[in-house]
Ligand binder design. Structure first.
Ligand code: CP
Ligand code: NVA
Length: 300
């Protein structure tokens, strides 16, 4: 049987993504009621983190335990991958001993190479290109609060980064319109924008991009690996802060999301992220539930 990986949202069909989210909501409710759900007894996940993480690490590790399995944290500082062992060789060896691998890394090609040489399913825990697990949590949060997102308008404000790229893929799979407000020089990948067809629009202004939006989303100005660009990016991104004024351009019932970690006073003002339209804590918690559903689907 062909192994299924989750390297991008596009690896799953619209129907599969809807099924995944419905199962996530169900599993979340059962967990809150104290009902044990341990279909993965004896299963092991290897988690390779070549970048820092709070949410991804805690959610995968807690999720595997709750499902009856186990997750092991592998830092490149401690394994031979960090001393130059080929990713192909690491993939063959690690996947021969565990049931599923999660990796957070830099180049997307590194993730693809790992998947190509793995005999177990591989999950993308973030690359420089996309962050699909975060979109599962974001979509679950929307579904819980508002129902189907099809036909809604989402405004992505800020950097055309990995999160923005995953929002483009989500627009394709879930059928919403995506308005991207970003400074010149920081637009998302051109081919990806083209793949979104007339569902994806680029603006150079926060107010235009957020006009009548149902959901406003942003992310840090400098992603992991871009720390040395922080100062230059601050200059370019100052006019792209999500503020009260941005929320006023959006629909009056609009929600605010951010994958976190956030920098109050940079990409978002404190009164927005801590305000009553913000759903960032529910969004963060849903990483746990959505990924448990994902792991179950991949190991089914
Ligand atoms: N949103 C997210 O992926 O957070 P971490 O970097 O803490 O995992
Ligand atoms: N764009 C951010 C997301 C962090 C979860 C980064 O890649 O650092």
């Amino acid at each position: 049987m062909k192994i299924r990986h989750f390297l991008s949202l596009l690896d799953f069909s619209t129907d599969e993504l809807h099924a995944l989210l419905h199962h996530a909501i169900d599993v979340k409710q059962r967990l809150k009621q104290g009902v044990l759900h341990t279909p993965l007894t004896g299963k092991v996940m290897a988690m390779i983190f070549e970048k820092s993480s709070t949410r991804t690490r805690v959610s995968f590790e807690a999720g595997m335990s709750q499902l009856g399995g186990h997750a092991m944290f592998l830092s490149p500082k401690d394994i031979q991958l960090g001393r130059g062992e080929a990713i192909e060789d690491s993939a063959r060896v690690i996947s021969s001993m565990v049931d599923i691998i999660m990796i957070r890394t830099f180049g997307h090609d590194r993730l693809q190479t790992l998947a190509n040489h793995s005999s177990s399913p591989v999950i993308n825990g973030l690359t420089d290109y996309v962050h699909p697990c975060q979109l599962l949590a974001d979509m679950q949060t929307w579904f819980e609060l508002r129902g189907n997102i099809k036909g809604a308008t989402v405004a992505w404000i800020g950097d055309g980064n990995n999160m923005c790229h995953s929002y483009i893929n989500a627009a394709i799979r879930f059928g919403f319109t995506l308005n991207i407000g970003c400074p010149d020089g920081y637009q998302p990948n051109e081919d990806l924008v083209k793949s979104g067809g007339d569902q994806v629009h680029i603006f150079n202004s926060v107010n235009e991009a957020s006009k009548d939006a149902d959901l406003i989303v942003t992310d840090v100005w400098a992603s992991m690996g871009q720390e040395q660009e922080q100062k230059a990016r601050e200059l370019a991104f100052v006019p792209f802060q999500v503020s009260k004024q941005t929320m006023q351009c959006a629909d009056k019932d609009a929600l605010f999301m951010h994958c976190l970690p956030a920098h109050r006073g940079e990409e978002v003002s404190a009164d927005v992220i801590d305000g009553n339209q913000s759903v960032v804590w529910q969004e963060a918690e849903n990483r746990l539930h959505a990924q448990k559903s994902l792991i179950e689907m991949l190991l089914k």
